[in-house]
Design a protein around this ligand. Structure first.
Ligand SMILES: *Cc1c(COP(=O)(O)O)cnc(C)c1O
Length: 226
């Protein structure tokens, strides 16, 4: 997609966020857009940066590292969110590059995460990913285990735990799932709720999203998975 098209898409999404916020009496500044650039090349990301948007989401650590290391050097204000499943052996790289890790999803990740934080002296903001649709093919802690897990994370990482993240099942009304996710955030007084993608971010905003993660509506269809 051309730079112009991407920038127009970005403007359209920004306006839709503002309108969705207005409709439910929220301030649009309380809702931030994560431009999900996974599988899209650096020039596409550059056109978003040129349009003064600096919050991005990537779901593979390796790809994030390759594309964003040089970009962050020239634009240190970039905020990079990791939004994909993290293998334990990639957590150090994630901690090095991410401003937010949205996918803290299992107990086995916590000690490697602690070690990575100790080693780098840097701690990204942490979101707990909850498998709100209880789907076996998706990552995320199951809702039935989420309280215990969130409490464990809070004990270990304190105020570095900033929020929750989730993806509702495809083909179902997302609203009850968004509401359930928001409840976890409210229960623990976590400030951030990351939910809503290209197809459903307006519903997510009505349910309290503070971050929406939008990819294809900005960058166009993703090239096929490699
Ligand atoms: C790819 C992805 C998105 C963006 O999806 P679109 O439908 O392209 O907006 C959002 N969140 C996560 C976790 C993703 O992997």
């Amino acid at each position: 997609m051309s730079a112009i098209t991407i920038q127009q898409n970005l403007d359209i999404i920004t306006q839709r966020i503002e309108q969705a916020a207005l409709r439910c009496g929220r301030h649009s500044k309380d809702i931030r857009l994560v431009a999900v650039s996974k599988f899209h090349p650096t020039p596409a990301i550059q056109s978003v940066i040129d349009h003064h948007h600096l919050i991005f989401g990537e779901n593979r650590i390796q790809e994030a590292k390759e594309k964003f290391t040089p970009l962050i050097e020239s634009h240190p204000n970039i905020q990079l969110h990791i939004i994909g499943a993290i293998q334990t052996n990639k957590i150090l790289d994630a901690v090095k590059i991410a401003n937010v890790i949205e996918t803290i999803d299992r107990v086995a990740l916590l000690n490697p995460l602690q070690k990575a934080i100790d080693k780098t002296g840097r701690c990204p903001k942490l979101f707990i990913q909850i498998n709100i649709g209880q789907e076996p093919q998706k990552t995320g802690i199951l809702p039935t285990q989420a309280n215990e897990f969130i409490e464990l994370c809070l004990k270990q990482f304190g105020t570095n735990v900033h929020g929750v993240m989730g993806i509702p099942p495809i083909g179902k009304d997302p609203v009850p799932y968004f509401q359930q996710l928001a409840q976890f955030a409210h229960h623990y007084e976590l400030p951030e709720i990351s939910m809503g993608m290209s197809a459903d971010f307006e519903d997510a905003i009505a349910c309290g999203a503070t971050f929406v993660r939008v990819g294809s509506a900005i960058f166009g269809a993703r090239p096929a998975k490699i």
